[in-house]
Structure formats: structure tokens, C-alpha cells
Design a protein around this ligand. Structure first.
Ligand SMILES: [Zn+2]
Length: 112
């Protein structure tokens, strides 16, 4: 799978094309995550949009590893209980971050 950073020519594509983030938001609403965290999914996805080409399909979304790490960190800051943190973790098939780090708007952060 080739992963590319967003080309400025594609900046006019809007967030609704980011299907998996939309699915995450819908799941988050079902499991009762606080609105602040759901907004975080929306905002993180928008500011970290990339293009993925998977089996001839072009998808627009953020890196799921980085989003997962960011959400789990934010959930701790917000004091979400262990059960909700576990539910967030299970919403993703991907790992949290990349070997202890994740990117947000081209800045590197630790996952802990
Ligand atoms: Zn990532």
C-alpha cells in the first residue's frame, strides 16, 4: 500500500470523503464517548488528511495509528474510565502510534 502526503492540489476535497473517520464518529456516538472526544476525531482527521491508494481505490483520511494514539492520550487527559479507553482501543484495527510516537500536523508526540 502506497501512502502519500496530501498534495496541495487536493486540498479542496472536503472531510466527508474521509469515510473511515466518519465510521469512527458514528461508532463513538454509539458507545457514548463524550462530545469533546468525538470532535477530536473530526478535527484530527481534517488537519492530518492524507491520500491512500488501496486496490485501485483512492481514499482520503488520516493515519489510523496516529489518530488512535491521539485519542487514547486525550481520553486519559479527559479522565475517561478504563472501560471507555478499552472501547476506543477496540474501534481500531491498527496499532496505537508508531513505536511510541505519533504525528499531529507534522509535529511528533509521544504516545504516553
Ligand atoms: Zn501514523
Amino acid at each position: 500500500m502506497a501512502i502519500k502526503h496530501l498534495n496541495p492540489a487536493f486540498e479542496s476535497f472536503s472531510f466527508p470523503l474521509a469515510k473511515s473517520a466518519k465510521e469512527l464518529i458514528s461508532e463513538s456516538e454509539k458507545i457514548g464517548l463524550p462530545e469533546e472526544l468525538i470532535n477530536e476525531i473530526r478535527q484530527f482527521s481534517e488537519r492530518n488528511l492524507m491520500i491512500f491508494r488501496v486496490n485501485n481505490a483512492v481514499l482520503y483520511d488520516c493515519c489510523p495509528n496516529c489518530l488512535k494514539a491521539h485519542l487514547l492520550k486525550k481520553a486519559k487527559v479527559l479522565g475517561l474510565n478504563a472501560e471507555l479507553q478499552e472501547k476506543i482501543s477496540r474501534m481500531f484495527k491498527s496499532e496505537s502510534g508508531h513505536n511510541g510516537y505519533y504525528l499531529d500536523k507534522n509535529k511528533i508526540f509521544g504516545t504516553e
